[in-house]
Design a protein around this ligand. Structure first.
Ligand SMILES: *Cc1c(COP(=O)(O)O)cnc(C)c1O
Length: 466
């Protein structure tokens, strides 16, 4: 495994520290290291010439596949002009076009005019959330509502790794160590029907959202926390419809609408984290479009550039932004690479592809295929829940189907299955024992099938079916 004459794995082990990675496991010379050298469409190729299907869109970022000619050309063309210039006191030729596109999308989905929205650009999902939180805090200070300081968010929630984003997160693994550093936020039990304590249904071979037996106690849980907060509540922060890193928890249809309406009726703002769900991942342009919701702020990142470059956006209701006009009310917040032209060029090219008239119908066909692939997993006894939303397929593994008993976490069953999947030509990462297929939208039928087959074979390797 050589780039030129250098041994890349040993250089990596010597000098690098990988995200969310146990160093002991990574540094173990016995663990083979996959070094990605190239890619095209849904396929990634390592430096030894092995080819893999990119089953999680390179951690939920890539929409149209790798080396899409339209996006590559847009970036190259922009490189021919300029790569980056400051956005402080200067504009550039692309960021305003991108902001307009995002505002028009928001107007289309919520009714009203595009200039009812304003866009703050940053670098990644964490920074998009961080900006949203600070805007809400400053907004309430500037409108005489200092007491509105309590953020409310979902258990298991993951909104990024900066201190503010961690503060609205509720994942012990990611956030526990830093809890003394974080501001306090209120946690609402996540409305994941499969493991919901209010769901009285016995397990069936289907999506637990469809056979659940309950009385919307999840919404009552929310109400019980937020109504007493009243005028102390600043914002409801939620990943609409699907909580990604929490375990691809899919919420029952209507939860989003009911909770957002209640939060807004109390005068709180709604911050939607569409970092993972945005740009058609759930089948609609934004996940909130499945329900009747008008957010106050929306955080966008991962798929914004089609998965080519780091760029993020916080889209803000203009009536909030209007409170930041005077010099004394400036939002003193920003990043060196705000408005980066290469990122904006990639984003505009990606949005063009999403705007092709035939795109939504084509995506629906692929999403239906993905659902069929998911249904195939029911023949395995350790599959407890199969849930799908748009181009997200999640398969939750259990030790015992009848009791929903999970495997002991230290067995790392999900990780073992994904490690085995590599040998069948598939790259994907689980969340705990939830297996994920989140293919790029360009995946051909045969590629979707290959992904499903590889994952199923890998599952059978780790958990023999009979
Ligand atoms: C990935 C993710 C983030 C953080 O984004 P980064 O670009 O990794 O900082 C925030 N929210 C959600 C829902 C995410 O999936």
């Amino acid at each position: 495994m050589q780039a030129g004459n250098r041994d890349i794995p040993s250089l990596d082990r010597r000098f690098l520290w990988h995200p969310f990675t146990a160093l002991d496991l990574w540094l173990d010379e016995g663990t083979p290291m996959t070094v990605i050298a190239g890619g095209e469409g849904c396929v990634l190729e390592d430096s030894e010439g092995n080819r893999f299907l990119d089953g999680n869109s390179s951690i939920w970022t890539n929409l149209h596949g790798h080396r899409h000619p339209k996006i590559s050309e847009a970036i190259a063309a922009q490189l021919g002009k300029i790569a980056h210039s400051s956005f402080l006191g200067l504009s550039n030729e692309l960021a305003p076009l991108l902001a307009e596109r995002l505002a028009v999308s928001m107007a289309d989905l919520t009714g009203g005019a595009p200039d009812a929205w304003r866009v703050f650009l940053s670098d990644d999902g964490s920074t998009a959330i961080e900006a949203a939180i600070k805007i809400v805090v400053q907004f309430f200070q500037q409108t005489g509502q200092q007491e509105r300081a309590v953020f409310v968010s979902l258990g298991g929630g993951y909104h990024g790794d900066t201190v503010g984003a961690m503060s609205v997160g509720h994942s012990p693994v990611f956030h526990g160590t830093y809890k003394d550093l974080l501001f306090q936020s209120r946690e609402i039990p996540p409305p994941g029907c499969y493991r919901c304590p209010h769901n009285r249904a016995v397990p069936e071979k289907g999506d637990a959202r469809d056979y659940r037996r309950c009385q919307w106690e999840c919404v009552a849980d929310f109400e019980k926390t937020v109504v007493p907060l009243g005028e102390k509540m600043a914002a409801w922060v939620i990943e609409p419809r699907v909580q990604g890193a929490a375990g691809m928890i899919m919420h029952p249809a209507g939860y989003l609408e009911k909770t957002c309406a209640l939060a807004q009726s109390l005068g709180a703002k709604v911050i939607l984290d569409e970092v993972m769900t945005g740009f058609f991942r759930t089948g609609r342009r934004f996940a909130f479009a499945h329900e009747n919701v008008k957010p106050d702020l929306v955080a966008l990142a991962k798929g914004l550039t089609g998965g080519y470059l780091p760029l993020a956006a916080t889209v803000i209701d203009e009536s909030m932004a209007a409170e930041f006009r005077s010099i004394e009310r400036t939002f003193y917040h920003g990043h060196s690479y705000t408005g980066n032209q290469l990122g904006c060029a990639a984003a505009l090219a990606s949005l063009d592809l999403l705007d092709e008239p035939e795109f939504p119908a084509l995506l629906q066909v692929k999403a239906a295929r993905l659902a069929e692939i998911g249904a195939g997993f029911w023949s395995h006894p350790n599959v407890g829940d199969v849930r799908r939303e748009g181009m997200i397929l999640a398969i939750e593994l259990v030790e015992d189907f009848a009791t929903r008993k999970a495997f002991a976490p230290k067995r790392r069953i999900g990780a073992a299955v994904c490690e085995a999947a590599k040998r069948f030509g598939l790259l994907t990462r689980p969340v705990g024992d939830v297996l994920l297929l989140m293919p790029p939208y360009c995946a051909a039928d045969e590629q979707l099938e290959e992904m499903g087959n590889a994952l199923y074979l890998a599952l059978c390797t780790v958990c023999p079916a009979a």
